[in-house]
Design a protein around this ligand. Structure first.
Ligand code: ADP
Ligand code: MG
Length: 253
């Protein structure tokens, strides 16, 4: 709550990139699918925020995205909605892989991975994704540190399409062979600047660069940040391919 949408409409938006898909002014202008449209209405979202207007068509078109926008601008739905729409339109296939040793060693193999800095944020994103994925076949799970791992392991066992995770706990799950990233088609880094401030760059680079997941030419990658300092520009250069750069409002560096 608390968004002044009318003020937002006057916020300057800049996009850079080749053949940037044009923005939409309504959630229903782009084919998100009827299940998702119903859930958007159930959530009471009447019209997209500026970052949603620009980011949703870009992600729906399969493009990588580097987006800078302030806190409270609606970034979560900007990446959640196209990811859920993409999964619902995609093959209704298996999303578990067999671990090396039969029962109990099955690794969850999400199609979408959302990495964020804190337990609180992971919980918020998880709640938002669950609202939009409600009454669909899309399965959502969350994993963060600071709590016992057992319950999270159990929630992964039933199979997961979208996994929301903090970097440290995700590395732990990969090391325990409880999560496989080999089927990741959508990778989102949320609050990337905060993750770097918190010292998570080594874990993030390990997750993305150590052959756990498909290369950037195969997966689709979305990077969200409130600021755009040189460290974030470097992450964008390393993790994204032929991406659209989107900035909403005045962004510090
Ligand atoms: P950010 O990630 O940019 O900080 P959030 O995605 O957390 O922002 O959204 C902030 C708040 O605005 C949340 O409570 C969210 O449910 C709400 N919100 C986002 N988009 C819309 C929309 N289009 N209509 C109504 N409320 C929205
Ligand atoms: Mg956010």
């Amino acid at each position: 709550g608390g968004i002044n949408f009318d003020a937002y409409d006057e916020i300057p938006v800049e996009t850079i990139g080749s053949e940037v898909p044009p923005p939409v002014s309504s959630f229903f202008q782009i084919d998100l699918g009827s299940d998702l449209e119903l859930n958007i209405q159930r959530c009471g979202y009447k019209k997209p925020t500026p970052v949603q207007k620009h980011a949703i068509p870009v992600i729906m078109a399969g493009r990588d995205l580097m987006a800078c926008a302030q806190t409270g601008s609606g970034k979560t739905a900007a990446f959640c909605l196209p990811i859920i729409a993409g999964i619902l339109k995609g093959p209704n296939g298996f999303s578990e892989t067999r671990g090396p040793r039969g029962a109990g060693s099955r690794a969850a193999s999400p199609v979408a991975l959302i990495i964020c800095p804190t337990r609180e944020l992971a919980g918020q994103i998880h709640d938002e994704v669950k609202k939009f994925a409600n009454r669909t076949r899309v399965r959502v799970a969350v994993a963060y540190g600071g709590v016992p791992i057992f319950q999270q392991l159990r929630s992964l066992q039933g199979g997961v399409d979208i996994l929301v995770a903090t970097p440290g706990r995700l590395v732990d799950l990969i090391d325990r062979a409880k999560v496989s990233l080999q089927n990741v088609k959508y990778l989102t880094l949320d609050e990337a600047d905060r993750m770097l401030d918190m010292g998570f760059e080594p874990q993030i680079r390990r997750i993305i660069e150590e052959n756990y997941m498909p290369p950037s030419s195969v997966r689709q990658t979305m990077l969200f940040s409130a600021t755009f300092p040189s460290e974030i520009q470097r992450l964008a250069a390393d993790f994204l391919s032929n991406y659209v750069y989107l900035t909403v409002g005045k962004v510090g560096s």
